[in-house]
Design a protein around this ligand. Structure first.
Ligand SMILES: Cc1cc2nc3c(=O)[nH]c(=O)nc-3n(C[C@H](O)[C@H](O)[C@H](O)COP(=O)(O)O)c2cc1C
Length: 337
């Protein structure tokens, strides 16, 4: 049995597994390990200086000759980052946090450089509009996803609705896939690959902070919350994080609005350049980003699939395990009368 889908051929990968661009944790070592194992590794390039973008591309290429992609969050101008990636020969570009219209330079420039364009959506209508605008691959993100969450529908009803809306354009399922059973399920829904963030956040190569990893490994499926709580630096945007002392204190205070929350403006740690990290800062506290602080109180972005992850493993082994599990599930189902 093979799980290969037409999208695997289009992207030049072996297995229908994409490592989600998990912000600062998606380092070259992670993306390269996933690509080397036959999945698609992704780098998160949002807001980086051109030389940092180039350095990450070079570091990844030094570790793998296989395809990998880049991701840009379009809530602010990312044209410089896009240009740098395309000039350096990137052929797979994913966008998040903006709907794209026909004639959009983010699509046209990528296509002019022979790159395929992926866009994350949260509904069938958004998927249809994206395809009309020229997007090549749709990422359907369910509300159970970790990190910033664009839509409000969960993966199980979202994926088939999006597949029906845009077929034969390939759809990738994001949100809630923690193991091979989830991968088999989204393939059954018509997705051509699974897009996993939380699972790869806990890969050995990820730059997740050890405290975040420890809390995530001990968490169950009920231990995350969807809120707009961590809004410093990215206001008014829903995200899913581990329930921690910051979240609990806010709930206990009856969820007051920004400006009146417990500990507002307090310093909870420091970035590597010495700047203070305010409570409610939106960013992921990775080891490369922060020098000190109380990590437990920070934005510990994680999805509901966190309850399915019990150990840290090399990313390549995660890819191999996901495929073996999904095949076993599908073989078992086929044998069931
Ligand atoms: C720690 C973390 C950081 C993320 N950063 C990004 C990002 O930079 N760009 C993006 O498009 N999505 C980002 N996401 C969302 C993922 O792309 C994806 O939709 C999500 O992880 C899927 O759900 P899962 O966590 O259940 O696998 C992030 C998710 C997590 C958990």
């Amino acid at each position: 049995m093979t799980l290969r889908t037409p999208l695997c051929g289009q992207l030049g990968i072996e297995h229908p597994i994409i490592q989600a661009p998990i912000g600062a944790a998606a380092v070259p070592e992670l993306a390269a390990a996933v690509s080397e194992a036959g999945g698609l590794g992704m780098l998160a390039m949002t807001g980086l200086e051109p030389e940092q973008v180039l350095q990450r591309l070079e570091a990844t290429r030094a570790l793998t000759a296989r395809p990998f992609g880049v991701n840009l969050i379009l809530r602010a101008d990312q044209r410089a980052q896009l240009d740098t990636c395309l000039e350096a020969g990137v052929k797979i570009v994913s966008y998040f946090w903006r709907l794209l219209e026909s004639g959009d330079p983010y699509i046209d420039e990528a296509h002019a450089a022979s790159a395929v364009v992926m866009l994350t959506v949260g509904s069938a209508d958004e998927a249809r509009r994206a395809v009309d605008a020229g997007v090549d691959i749709i990422v359907a993100q369910g509300v159970e996803a970790g990190g910033h969450v664009w839509g409000t529908v969960s993966t199980l009803p979202l994926v088939p609705a999006v597949v029906d809306a845009v077929s034969p354009v390939p759809v990738v399922a994001a949100g809630g896939i923690g193991d091979g059973r989830g991968l088999a399920a989204v393939l059954a829904l018509g997705a051509q690959a699974g897009w996993l963030g939380t699972r790869f956040l806990l890969a050995d190569e990820s730059h997740v902070h050890p405290t975040h990893a420890m809390l995530a490994l001990g968490a169950t499926e009920t231990d995350t919350a969807y809120s707009k709580l961590y809004d410093v630096g990215w206001p008014d945007s829903p995200h899913r994080t581990l329930i921690n002392s910051t979240y609990r204190a806010w709930i206990e205070a009856h969820s007051p609005p920004t400006g009146r929350r417990p500990g507002e403006g307090e310093t909870v740690g420091h970035f590597r350049d010495g700047r203070p990290i305010p409570r409610y800062f939106m960013g992921l506290p990775t080891t490369t980003r922060i020098s000190d602080g109380d990590v437990e109180v920070m934005a510990l972005h994680s999805g509901q699939s966190v309850g399915l992850v019990h150990e840290r493993l090399p990313a390549g082994q995660i890819v191999t395990d996901l495929i073996a599990e999904a095949k076993a599930v599908l073989t078992g189902l086929a044998a069931t009368r």
